[in-house]
Design a protein around this ligand. Structure first.
Ligand code: SAH
Ligand code: SF4
Ligand code: F3S
Length: 452
């Protein structure tokens, strides 16, 4: 039997797409390979967000080229496909730079992989077809879903119309589109039937969701979640990634009204200086963001917030950076991602003057990250002594130990619980390690509505 290996880079959307591609190639008769070396078909599901991410693909392709050549000498065939956002951004150029690549398929057209693999269509497909590509995919395989555990991603929205001046996503993922509610509910039903207990709704700009409902109207993300929250077997809901400009009132309210919706929100702000936010075309000020945080905390005081930051955006001064640090201090994030600005071809910011020298952005990144890390540790220490519900994911390293997640997305090692993956146990947090919490079971968690 032939085997396929899919390697994913980048965001959760790519993780999700890789799962769907695994289902497609499995329907084409490929088994799953554990590594590229065992595979007859290698798919690199790529990310274009920063230069480093994109370049990683070419070094991997160099290695695969050698493997393909050695195998060809031994009479064995290898096929290499580049999928994802680099495929979309660079298209045919990939075949020129890396001739060992057999096909290039963008994130809007991977449902056409069977035809491409059969040589029925050209080697480059970067169209964004009109139809919902998800309708054309085989349903997620139960076995594969089960193997991935109790927590699953579900793409509900794709693409982005925000055009932040630094970002490639509007170009690589195309215009913002939402999946129909019925398709999402059907997929959620499949996931729950396969044993999933936590669903994270994902999209590049997930809170812009406006999928058409069974009533023919556009449903908001909040309305979709309130429907999902009532589904048999679902314990937890999350959503990511949100734009501050799309935090509608009903979505804020959902954080108070839906017990299944976990008190954790990834809400990227990018920077704390209004001048830089304007140059980034973020469409919000630092103050807008802080007021939004207040509104969310007013309805859900214990919510954990996280963000993304870019330092060294063109023209960023010490004063601008200080404004970012002030914003960080006033919010107190439970965790965050931060990056050095990377100029991306085709984006407006790539042509902006005022490049920040690398040593300066490195220093700023370090200062920001040490503050964010201190805040994350402080948040974790703040949960010590508290009683929380943990969704059990797998057995722990030691006998009698279980691993799971807190409502705040912290990894928790639980002792004293007799529970299985997928169960929710109530624990008291007893201590912290750098990347997890320790806790002791205090009993089974009551039903969701009672825990509210
Ligand atoms: N849709 C999400 C995330 C998009 S990409 C959002 O709107 O926030 C994830 C993160 O990568 C971004 O939040 C941003 O912080 C970072 N990023 C995007 N483009 C970048 C660039 N050119 N240089 C450095 N970081 C970038
Ligand atoms: Fe990129 Fe901005 Fe869209 Fe996020 S909101 S995906 S950062 S353009
Ligand atoms: Fe990367 Fe594309 Fe996701 S550029 S971050 S894989 S949307």
């Amino acid at each position: 039997m032939k085997k396929a290996f899919i390697k994913s880079y980048g965001c959760q959307m790519n993780v999700y797409d890789a799962g769907r591609m695994a289902d497609i190639v499995s329907a084409e008769g490929y088994g799953e390979a554990g590594t590229a070396d065992e595979a007859d078909l290698v798919i690199l599901n790529t990310c274009h967000i920063r230069e480093k991410a994109a370049e990683k693909v070419y070094s991997e392709l160099g290695r695969l080229r050698d493997m393909k050549r050695d195998r060809a000498a031994a009479g064995r065939d290898t096929r290499i496909v580049v999928a994802g956002c680099v495929a979309q951004a660079e298209g045919r150029e990939i075949l020129r730079r890396a001739p060992a690549v057999d096909a290039v398929v963008g994130p809007g057209s991977y449902h056409r992989l069977p035809g491409i693999l059969a040589g029925l269509s050209g080697p480059v497909d970067t169209e964004f077809p009109e139809a919902d590509k998800f309708d054309l995919l085989p349903p997620p395989s139960r076995r594969r879903v089960r193997a991935r555990g109790v927590s699953a991603f579900l793409t509900v929205q794709e693409g982005c119309d925000k055009f932040c001046s630094f970002c490639v996503v509007p170009y690589t993922r195309g215009a913002e589109t939402s999946r129909p509610v019925a398709a999402i509910l059907a997929e959620a039903g499949e996931l729950l039937a396969a044993g999933v207990r936590e669903i994270t709704l994902i999209g590049q700009n997930v809170n812009a969701f406006h999928g058409v409902g069974p009533d023919g109207r556009a449903w908001s993300l909040a309305r979709l979640m309130s429907r999902l929250a009532g589904m048999e077997g679902l314990s937890r809901l999350r959503y990511t990634t949100s734009h501050p400009g799309d935090m509608a009132d009903d979505l804020v309210a959902a954080h108070a009204e839906l017990p299944a919706l976990m008190p954790y929100l990834h809400l990227p702000v990018q920077a704390g200086s209004d001048r830089i936010l304007r140059a980034m075309n973020r469409r919000h000020t630092a103050d807008d963001y802080l007021r939004l945080v207040d509104r969310i905390r007013a309805v859900r005081p214990d919510i954990a917030l996280s963000s993304d930051f870019i330092v060294g955006f063109p023209g960023e001064t010490e004063a601008d950076f200080a404004a970012t640090m002030r914003l960080v201090e006033s919010v107190g994030f439970a965790g965050s991602f931060s990056f050095k600005y990377s100029g991306r071809p085709g984006t407006p910011a790539a042509d902006m003057p005022g490049a920040v020298p690398d040593p300066v952005s490195s220093d700023r990144l370090q200062a920001l990250q040490s503050r964010l890390e201190a805040d994350r540790q402080a948040f974790n220490r703040g949960t010590v002594g508290r009683v929380l519900d943990v969704l059990v994911e797998k057995p722990g390293r030691h006998p009698g130990q279980l691993n799971g997640k807190s409502p705040f997305l912290q990894q928790v090692q639980v002792t004293g619980a007799a529970a299985a993956p997928g169960d929710t146990v109530r624990v008291r947090v007893t201590g912290t390690a750098p990347n997890s919490l320790f806790a002791e079971a205090v009993g089974a968690a009551p039903a969701l509505d009672a825990a509210a």
